[in-house]
Structures are given as C-alpha cells and as structure tokens.
Design a protein around this ligand. Structure first.
Ligand code: SF4
Length: 339
C-alpha cells in the first residue's frame, strides 16, 4: 500500500503551487486517472483536487469575438447539452455524446477529456513487460502482438497507439484553442499542437507542461452550425472507443464547398486533421467522385499493421459518409440518442 496525499485547491494559484510537489497530479472527474491508478499504470504521490476552483473553470460563455469559452471543469454532459454548444457547435455536441457512457460523461471534465490516455491494452496491463509509453525503452508489445485498433497514420516504430477522445476530434475540426495557466502566466495552445505524435517519446502525450493547468477550451465563432457531422464507427453501438471517427464541418456555396474542416479519430496518436482531403474538396462541387478521390488521397500516407489494414478503407468510406451527411445538414436526430 502506497500513501497518497490529497489537497483540495480552491483557486488556480494554489493548484499551481501544489502541482510542483514531487509526484503531484491534478484530479478532476477522475474517470481515467483512477483507472490508471487502480491498474498501477500511474502512481502519483499526491492528488491535487481542482474540482472546487470555480473562477470560471466550471462555466461556458461567449467570447468578445463571438466565439465560445468552455471552462476546463465543465462536465462532458453539461458541455454537450449547453444551448450555446448545441446551437453553434453541433459537431461538438455529437462528438461528446458519442463518448463513453452517460454516467462517465456526467463525471468527466472537458480538461480531463483532453488529457485522457490511450486505451492500448499493453499500456493498461502492467503484466505486459513491453510498452514504451508506460516504460520508456521497453519496446512496443502491440507491434508484434495485437493491434487491430491501433494507428495507421503518424505512428512510429516506438508506438502505434491511438488517442481515444471523441471530443478532441471535434475540437480539431473546429480549430479550438486550449488556454492553460502556468508558473509564468497564461498561454494559448492551438489544438493542432496540443496532442503529439509519438516519435521517439511516446511517453509524452501532449505539449502541456507538467506544472501547467488547463483552464479552458476556446472556439472560434460558429462556422459549421448548419453543415456538420460526427461519425463514429465502433465494434458496438455504445460505450466503445472508435475504430475510426470523422468530424466534418462544411460551408457550402450552392453545391460547391467553400470551406471544409475534417478531422479523424481512432487512426493516430492525436486527432488527425485531414488537410489533404480538405484542400481537394475546397472550391469544388461536392460529388461522390470528388469525395472518394479526396478521401483516398488523405489515406495515401497510411501505414497499417498486419491486423488493421481494414482501417484504411474504413477511414476513406467514413470520410465520404461524414461529409455527405454534413452536406445534407447533419444528423441532428441522432444527437442525444447515442450513449
Ligand atoms: Fe505501449 Fe504504444 Fe506500444 Fe501500446 S502501442 S504497447 S501504448 S508503446
């Protein structure tokens, strides 16, 4: 039995002081951290409880430019169902409601969702000796083992894990920014730079420094309120991580695409912004042929493993499907029904 100390922070300054103590970690909803602690994957010496900070970390409001600020401690279910999110960012609502279960969404925070760790079974089970993410330098058990759910884009010989978040895929398509507080003040991290590809340091998931606290996620003014869709393909209809997911937001001029934002989940160590497909769709009339061509071009860089070659075709078809549904005005009937 290891002793763990606990401190409840009531303001950001206290949280930032407490996190500097050796072995300290922040705890919000705890839906991922507690699992990691129970499995012995993560062994903090101190928990800094940030759930009582207030100070706007638990609220949602508009920004002066018409964008939206979502506090880091807002629960996933509250974010999904907030009127400003539903009306301006239905893509985010769909993605949030596709994640986990209703019970978990009621506990999990927006900041915690950004920080959740891969569900690679070799990472979670300490009986496996090889996992570069858990034990740097020990090898990657998944490459020689089972890797059906693993990455097909952006992986490295060190790690082929995928980011498990649905929310982060929508945030990538929406060009979100992560606001963080640190010892030297605040800074803003574009969502595209927040999560990392594994490279030779798969043990590091994000560019957040260990002594920094996420305070909010900020979104630009709504651009895809009318043409957006989050498609999640998984082994069962609820409480399962994505094999492939696609967040698609469009602006249309008649049948022509004036703006396309597309991000993929379940395929890489970070949400994968499909910039090649976006460029190929922009300025062109939307047709089945154009869409298939753009999706195939995006996946041309894929390097699947032995067991997950199916993901390449699945990702291509998912891009086509998600963009088609977005162009039709989304699939709002499903929003709220997916658990
Ligand atoms: Fe560990 Fe990454 Fe390999 Fe999974 S894929 S075993 S997380 S190094």
């Amino acid at each position: 039995m290891e002793a763990i100390s606990y401190e409840r922070a009531f303001d950001v300054a206290t949280a930032l002081r407490a996190i500097r103590e050796p072995g300290a970690v922040f705890i919000g909803g705890g839906t991922n951290l507690v699992d990691l602690m129970k499995g012995g994957v993560q062994r903090p010496l101190k928990l800094v409880d940030i759930t009582h900070i207030g100070a706007g970390l638990d609220t949602i409001g508009t920004l002066p430019d018409g964008g939206l600020r979502i506090g880091a401690l807002v629960r996933n279910s509250d974010a999904a169902n907030h009127a400003l999110v539903r009306e301006g960012y239905p893509l985010l609502t769909e993605a949030l409601l596709a994640g986990a279960s209703a019970q978990l969404r009621n506990m999990a925070t927006v900041g915690g969702n950004l920080m959740q760790r891969t569900r690679c079974p070799y990472f979670y089970d300490t009986a496996f000796p090889s996992c570069n993410k858990r034990l740097p330098g020990s090898g990657c058990g998944a490459i020689a083992g089972h890797h059906r759910g693993h990455a097909i884009l952006g992986a490295s010989p060190q790690c082929i894990a995928v980011n498990p978040s649905d929310m982060s895929v929508a945030l990538a398509a929406l060009d979100a920014t992560v606001r963080v507080a640190g010892q030297d003040g605040e800074r803003l991290i574009p969502i595209s730079e927040f999560h990392r590809l594994p490279g030779d340091r798969p043990d590091i998931d994000t560019t957040l420094r260990p002594d920094e606290l996420i305070t909010a996620v900020e979104l630009p003014p709504p651009a895809f309120a009318h043409h957006a869709h989050y498609l999640k393909v998984r082994d069962r209809a609820s409480y399962a991580f994505a094999l492939v997911s696609v967040a698609a937001g469009l602006r249309l001029d008649g049948n022509a695409v004036s703006t396309a934002h597309i991000a993929l989940g379940g395929v890489a160590h970070k949400p994968w912004r499909a910039t090649i497909a976006e460029r190929m769709l922009t300025g062109r009339p939307l047709s089945d042929a154009t869409l298939r061509e753009a999706a195939a071009a995006e996946l041309r860089a894929a390097h699947p493993q032995r067991e997950n070659r199916f993901k390449v075709a699945l990702a291509e078809r998912s891009i086509v499907r998600a963009v088609e549904v977005a162009a039709r005005g989304g699939d709002t009937g499903r929003t709220g029904a997916t658990t």
